[in-house]
Design a protein around this ligand. Structure first.
Ligand code: GLU
Length: 310
């Protein structure tokens, strides 16, 4: 019978094994404030259902969570709208780039899933609901502060501004959604909230802690709080598995075997149901915008711990 390693040993092995690969991949440079990050950084942290938090390398260093935020806004929107959300966004893998305009036009303004940019903009609009941008941004940040049990979680204003200055494709998607009657608030307001949620700064430790409710059927295993229903938590995991890495979601499922969500800041959040939430960070990306070393690290950890949903 296979014997899995102790988690701390496994994390130490992964940290050691990744040293030879540091610097591989390409740092996202289409958001100027992200282009300056040192590509050799590497962090990893795992929070387990039974109360451990194991961290290595730069695992305590905050970075730009970018699209990992989409998992948390999806959770909030499902709590707010329930199944009505699915009238405005689908749940099929897109097979195209994260910011594809062609795909949105083909789908007549109903984005394929909530984890591509167009879908995430609809989710953000559902949270904003013609309301105040400041209150909505604080609501999202507060959710992350609560889930990570860390009031210091905050938004990097420079990154938010940098995205605002250069986010022409996101603006195109938002305008197309508006023209398709699938955005209720003003385009500028939706973009403002979206750029701020992407600019949240969190460490691997904070992210792993925050993601724990997705490992335990929607219940925070450390505090016993119900964050979302069991069915919703499973469905969020299903969407992370099928859509969490855009057009490379199949590859991630094949190699890692866990639901995950990437961000172009180089972070990935992965969920090993009933065991642990794991976050990795390494800024060099592959062609699909997923951390190159981060996905290698998760593949190695899943193998060492014998974690897979399959
Ligand atoms: N803020 C990024 C964008 O909208 C997020 C993309 C990502 O992290 O995958 O372009």
């Amino acid at each position: 019978m296979k014997t899995a390693l102790d988690l701390s040993e496994a994390i130490a092995v992964v940290h050691r094994d990744m040293q030879a690969h540091l610097g591989q991949g390409r740092v996202a440079d289409y958001i100027p404030a992200l282009a300056r990050v040192d590509p050799r950084r590497f962090g990893i942290a795992a929070a387990t259902c039974d109360g451990q938090l194991v961290c290595a390398g730069d695992g305590a260093e905050p970075f730009s969570v970018q699209s990992i935020s989409k998992v948390f806004t999806l959770t909030l929107a499902l709590e707010k709208l329930g199944a009505d959300l699915w009238r405005r966004v689908g749940r099929e893998p897109s097979g195209s780039r994260f910011n594809s305009m062609v795909r949105l036009e083909q789908e007549h303004g109903v984005p394929r899933n909530p984890l591509i940019n167009a879908g995430a903009l609809v989710v953000t609009d559902a949270l904003l609901d013609r309301g105040d941008t400041g209150t909505t941004i604080e609501g999202i940040a507060d959710f992350l502060r609560l889930r990570s049990e860390d009031p210091s979680v905050d938004i990097d204003q420079e990154v938010a501004r940098s995205e605002g200055d250069t986010g022409f494709l996101n603006a195109s998607l938002a305008n197309f959604l508006k023209a398709s009657n699938n955005l209720h608030s003003d385009v500028a307001d939706v973009l403002k909230v979206y750029f701020n949620q992407c600019a949240l700064r969190m460490s691997c430790s904070q992210l792993a802690r925050a993601g724990l409710y997705l490992t335990a059927d929607g219940l925070d295993p450390w505090t016993g709080e119900r964050v979302t229903t069991a069915v919703r938590a499973r469905r969020i995991n299903a969407i992370m598995m099928t859509c969490g890495h855009y057009d490379a979601s199949g590859e991630f499922a094949f190699r890692v075997g866990l639901p995950g969500k990437s961000g172009v800041g180089g972070g990935i959040l992965a969920i090993a149901p009933h065991r642990a939430a794991v976050a990795v960070w390494s800024p060099g990306l592959n062609a699909a915008g997923t951390s190159h070393v981060g996905s290698m690290a998760l593949e190695r950890l899943a193998q060492l711990m014998d974690w897979s949903v399959f």
